[in-house]
Ligand binder design. Sequence first.
Ligand code: SF4
Length: 395
Amino acid sequence: MAFSTEPKTPSKKVADPTRPSTILRTREELDAFDVTSEGWQRTLQRRYKTHEDMKGILNYVEDVDMALYDHFNMRVTPYLAQLMDRDNPNCPIRKQYMPFQRELNVRPYEVVDSLAEDDDMQDGSTVVHRYPNRALLLVTTNCGTYCRYCTRKRLVSHAEDAINRQKLEKGFCYLESHLEIDDCLLSGGDPLLLNDRQLEDILSQIRTRAPHVKFLRIGSRLPVQLPTRITPELCAIIERYEVQMINVQVNHSKEITPLFAERIRMLRKTGTMIGNQSVLLKGVNDNVATLRDLCMDLVSCGIRPYYCYSCDVAEGNHDYQLTLGRILKLYHALRGFISGPAVPTFVIDGTGGLGKMPIIPEYVRELANGEIWATNFKGQVQRMINLETKTVDQL
Ligand code: SF4
């Protein structure tokens, strides 16, 4: 089955011959590149846009039909390209970002909008209001690098940002008039892809017009894809508008570089909490050792492993998906072998808009006779005192 959506952009990519290319074409050029030597916006201009662009810096690049980019574009920052193993197509960074032909083989159970966000999108705005007190405000449809398993590939990766001032204004009005919303998450696309002025404007509108929002959060993958986005100027904005939490998405320890850790330290000084929401991805992080290292490396740089999502059933995602049984086994194997605060909550984001559902192995069981048995991480069981069936005398 092919993609069910119409192509978003024409497949023919015409280069402007008058514009000097900023792409680092050879591995030597790429290896010599110092990402801290220039501003983050300049580095964004150096992103790789097709698999052909990557052939000068990586070996064994899969040839894909250019029509694939009509549905979901490719962008890779040179910083991420530096982290990619030149000779190993199974490198965990390559697996997340390099396009592959099988993406076009959509399975019957895969859907365009697997979380049914469009159903909960408020008229004319980009506010998704699903939970009573929480709202998601989509602020851009662009990202620094496109993750091949993205849930929102129906929305993101357009050449132009599809979210304009008018839609944002409707979103601010919605937040302003819904006093029950005390938790607002900025997402997209990637909110940190907006420049400082645009981001500050959005935060200022929310803080001024919706003072009932007590918990203001930003979800962004840019700190992982291009850590130089975290600048003193950005930190000043985060502090000024009291953004209480920033959620990043690190899926493998290879993404926790010294530069990433340094910029996360800078961000933590603003007082914001930093959480991580990983996605469980076959071939990237679907084994206990990798997940254990990831969780411990996250806490070691001050990031709380918060959620571990099963990969959503968006179109073209089948190669990344794990069975529920496998996810339960991974969770069970993590618990007890790493510190409690380092264990994320494993969740499925229910299809059709059911929201997050925790995936938890059964540690406590009640038998038909009312006895309760609990199990520890080694599988040892113990009969518990059932306080509800005890009389005062018995206690
Ligand atoms: S950064 Fe987020 S929204 Fe953007 S492509 Fe990756 S998963 Fe999708």
